[in-house]
Design a protein around this ligand. Structure first.
Ligand code: NAD
Ligand code: GLY
Length: 359
């Protein structure tokens, strides 16, 4: 097992990463009270819930199995969690445990932030995306019909437990979507890691366990450093959104049904890299190398058919990073040197959109 620390003073916490930790890590010792509620979904529950509940013999351990899917990441489902906590008489010293991907993690984290004004919670992420991104850093939320993650809080977990073995059951498409976020860390702040990913791309694709564990460790290390520097996204935490502004436009245009989030991010990163090349900040070879790297994982490398530059510009103008009418984008000044800026030649954005939309 390897351990990283997210150093946030009194809210600091460890991230434990290792194979088989669901069986071997003494999680019950990390719980301060005598009640826990494990929340999972109907896909992950049958696979891993028994392993986790076994750890809590001797204290009150309740479980809640929610339906699976982003469409259930709502205030209504949050109420189901509160109802379960109330009906089982959970007190302020209870601990909520999120067992699942980013949907469960975000929702249970927010429930923990709200229940009795805040109770402990532990993240046990089971998708690659959740292991390398959403379980670390304390962003918790549910969706509103008018927008994703619109209702939430910054609320850090007490501990993140990453069992790399759970990835064995993760569908290939979900693994690839998480891999896009792994590549993101290399691009924005860790060139050595990016080159390591290039070297090991095929072995990672074939799920070589020790390499996946290393990729997860280095991703969490990068994420933890970004979060420690800017916990509530006043500045550089926004760099984690490389590719997301382009990606959100494509997700919105396709009604959030065609692509997984990580797939849209993959394509968005290619577009951000191309635009950085158009600005003369990057060697164009990086765009072709990145495209090849992501294509091996069958991640999308072209924009949804029929999308136009005007549609992109319209949808991108809704982005949270628009300030005073200026569209700020995460771009690369060099490999590993991301910036969030509105100070770019708008012609480079137009040329990028025209190139990808084929006009
Ligand atoms: P997800 O939670 O929907 O999981 C994807 C699918 O994989 C689901 O069907 C799930 O049941 C299944 N699954 C999970 N673990 C499995 C396993 N080990 N074996 C088999 N199937 C498994 O999706 P996700 O990609 O993990 O997370 C996406 C969510 O994360 C979005 O809601 C997004 O907003 C959020 N997110 C949050 C942050 C953050 O910082 N908080 C960052 C990125 C994304
Ligand atoms: N996934 C973006 C963040 O944690 O800030």
């Amino acid at each position: 097992m390897r351990t990283l620390q997210v150093a946030l003073a009194e809210r600091s916490y460890p991230i434990h990463i290792g194979e088989g930790l669901l069986d071997s890590f003494p999680l019950a010792e990390q719980v301060s009270g005598n009640q826990v509620m494990i929340v999972t979904n109907e896909t992950v529950g049958p696979l891993y819930l028994d392993k986790l509940t076994r750890q809590f013999d001797g204290i009150q351990c309740d479980t809640l199995i929610l339906p699976d899917g982003e469409k259930y990441k709502t205030l209504e489902t949050l109420e189901t969690i509160f109802d379960a906590l109330m009906s089982k008489r959970h007190s302020r010293t209870t601990t909520l445990i999120a067992l699942g991907g980013g949907v469960i993690g975000d929702m249970v984290g927010f429930a923990a932030a709200c229940y009795q004004r805040g109770v402990d919670f532990i993240q046990v992420p089971t998708t690659l995306l959740a292991q390398v991104d959403s379980s670390v850093g304390g962003k918790t939320a549910v969706n509103h019909p008018c927008g994703k993650n619109m209702i939430g809080a910054f609320y850090q977990p007490r501990l993140v437990l990453i069992d790399t073995r759970v990835l064995d059951t993760l569908p290939a498409r979900e693994l690839a979507a998480g891999y896009a976020e792994v590549v993101k860390y290399g691009l924005i702040r860790d060139p050595d890691f990016y080159h390591w990913l290039e070297t090991n791309n095929d072995k990672l694709l074939s799920r070589e366990a020790s390499l996946l564990a290393e990729a997860i460790y280095r991703s969490c290390e990068n994420k933890a450093q970004v979060v420690v520097d800017d916990e509530t996204e006043q500045g550089n935490r926004a760099l984690l959104n490389l590719g997301h502004t382009f990606g959100h436009a494509m997700e919105t245009a396709t009604g959030y049904t065609r692509w997984l989030h990580g797939e849209a991010v993959a394509m968005g990163m290619i577009m951000a890299v191309r635009m950085s090349c158009e600005l003369g900040w990057l060697d164009p070879d990086l765009e072709s190398a990145l495209t090849a790297l992501l294509a091996r994982w069958e991640l999308p490398v072209s924009v949804p058919e029929g999308m136009t530059p005007d549609q992109f510009l319209d949808l991108m103008s809704m982005d949270k990073k628009v300030h005073n009418g200026q569209l700020r984008l995460v771009l690369l000044k060099a490999l590993g040197q991301a910036v969030v800026t509105a100070d770019y030649d708008k012609g480079a954005l137009d040329r990028t959109l025209e190139a990808f939309c084929g006009v």
